[in-house]
Design a protein around this ligand. Structure first.
Ligand SMILES: Cc1cc2nc3c(=O)[nH]c(=O)nc-3n(C[C@H](O)[C@H](O)[C@H](O)COP(=O)(O)O)c2cc1C
Length: 234
């Protein structure tokens, strides 16, 4: 790999499962969170929220919801990264407000955010439009390339995809700062959602344990799949 701060962060990032108790400076965490906010997202709708768990009682319950995994128990900082599948309207309006604040809305911006985004993301009450939209897209696709006009489950996948990209950006930013992370999907989703008071349409994407690795923080050597299983050309 070429020598650069980026590749150094990519190469040295490992899942760390045992952390030193050293605190993570607020400004370091904030820089990495702000880097994560720049991650790409579907239609730029940024469906993520990083919940930094500070309250000791909540933290203890969150550790338990993370099945008392060692990284959760030892990390000085624990973050619940949640994904919102119902904030697309609010966030679409914010995008339009930002664009309008910079001058007249470009026709392409107006068309995309006023027509196309609602067409893709509206699923109607109880999601009843979802299967119809999906069926319509599937049939139309037989005749010409057609986007998937999403059902509720498609929107859920979209929200999780985009949120995971924010997680990856955050983890690499922390590594570039000399800190470590452990992404965790080994948790009890029902307890985690109750603990965080998440409403319908909001789910925990993953927990992120953050801190500095201890000498025994990296448990296993890297095990990479053969390159041809991961990359091919057609
Ligand atoms: C979505 C996701 C969920 C994960 N969940 C856990 C987890 O609950 N506990 C854990 O110890 N590691 C977890 N990991 C870490 C993986 O086991 C780890 O990334 C993988 O073994 C590769 O090791 P590396 O990150 O050090 O390269 C998770 C990773 C991802 C991307």
């Amino acid at each position: 790999m070429p020598e650069s701060a980026f590749y150094a962060a990519v190469e040295s990032r490992r899942t760390v499962r045992d952390f030193l108790p050293d605190p993570v400076p607020r400004e370091v965490l904030d820089r990495a969170l702000d880097a994560a906010r720049l991650a790409p997202s579907s239609s730029n709708l940024q469906p993520w929220e990083f919940i930094i768990i500070r309250d000791p009682k909540v933290r203890q319950a969150a550790n338990a919801a993370c099945l008392d995994q060692q990284p959760a128990k030892t990390a000085p900082v624990l973050i619940a990264l949640v994904t919102h599948r119902d904030t697309w309207r609010r966030n679409r309006d914010e995008i339009l407000r930002i664009f309008k604040g910079r001058g007249p809305l470009r026709p392409s911006q107006a068309a995309y955010y006023r027509r196309i985004v609602p067409l893709i993301y509206t699923t109607g009450p109880f999601g009843i439009l979802g299967p119809l939209k999906r069926f319509f897209s599937r049939v139309a696709s037989l005749f010409k390339p057609t986007p998937n006009l999403m059902s509720r489950s498609d929107i859920r996948i979209m929200a999780h995809k985009s949120t995971a990209l924010a997680a990856a950006t955050f983890m690499l930013a922390m590594r570039a700062e000399g800190y470590d992370t452990c992404p965790m999907e080994g948790f009890d989703p029902w307890r985690a959602e109750a603990l965080l008071g998440l409403p319908r349409g909001v789910e925990v994407n993953m927990f992120l344990a953050v801190g500095r690795r201890s000498d025994t923080g990296v448990w296993w050597d890297r095990a990479l799949m053969p390159r041809e299983w991961a990359v091919r050309e057609i």
